[in-house]
Write a protein that binds this ligand. Sequence first.
Ligand code: PAF
Length: 295
Amino acid sequence: MTPKVVRQIAELREEIAAYRRAHAASAQVGLVPTMGYLHEGHASLIRRSAEENGLTVLSIFVNPIQFGPNEDFDRYPRDEERDLKVAAEAGANLVFLPSVTEMYPDKPRTTVSVSGVTERLCGASRPGHFDGVATVVSKLFHIVQPDRAYFGLKDAQQVSVIARMTEDLNFPVDIVPCPIVREQDGLALSSRNVYLNPEERRQALILSQTLSQVAGWIEDGMSEAELTVRIRGRIRSQPLADIEYVEVATYPELGHPPADRPLRESREPLLVALAVRFGKTRLIDNVLLFPSEVK
Ligand code: PAF
């Protein structure tokens, strides 16, 4: 069924309140926050929400405050018509498509900043990015008041930041992390993949190819330093790859694993995450390993 498109916060609140009134105790609302240009990864989040909730709200909003001054806010891909088709096929009931002035009538004076989990990985290379994410997601949580919210693990650090914020600020929302969706050849789906030219896209396959070997290397007894050197070496085999970071972190706290022991002895899940540029396109990817998967 075609979802209803809502552009105003007040109207969205009315729609959700009407659904809750009609369904009383059984009412369950799922929220899938996105920046649009939807792909199969987003569709998988919408489908999961539609399975688990009576009402699925998809938000599409390219959030200016999570982009740095030299980042791609202006050229971030947008295609409302196509997004609405994907939303309908995947089972969204309401699509919230606010303008920037609807979300930020004034420059926000109140922002949400999560410490600790934002210090490494993308938090270190994109200063202020996670403040922008935490602020917009907390606004969406207040506006929609969902029972569950769905986020893809390609942005594993984002999931960790939002889970921390949700707990610290007592949002009554279950955060549902969902698996990374990949192209058949392994490239992690991302709205930004559209920027890649054919040669960059071919070379970008090194990311998933390398990450798919990480569990084996950890099983062989590698330390954090040995693993990151090995990964960097593999990625550098592709001349267009420009590495921003390759890091190993405990998950979800994103601390350093003990440096003096092989990673396979970790009692906490491990996130091996990277950000690499191919031409002007910055790609991120990761693998999340639980202790039982590397012993
Ligand atoms: O992952 C994204 O698309 C964005 O960071 C989010 C969570 C929708 C906030 O703008």
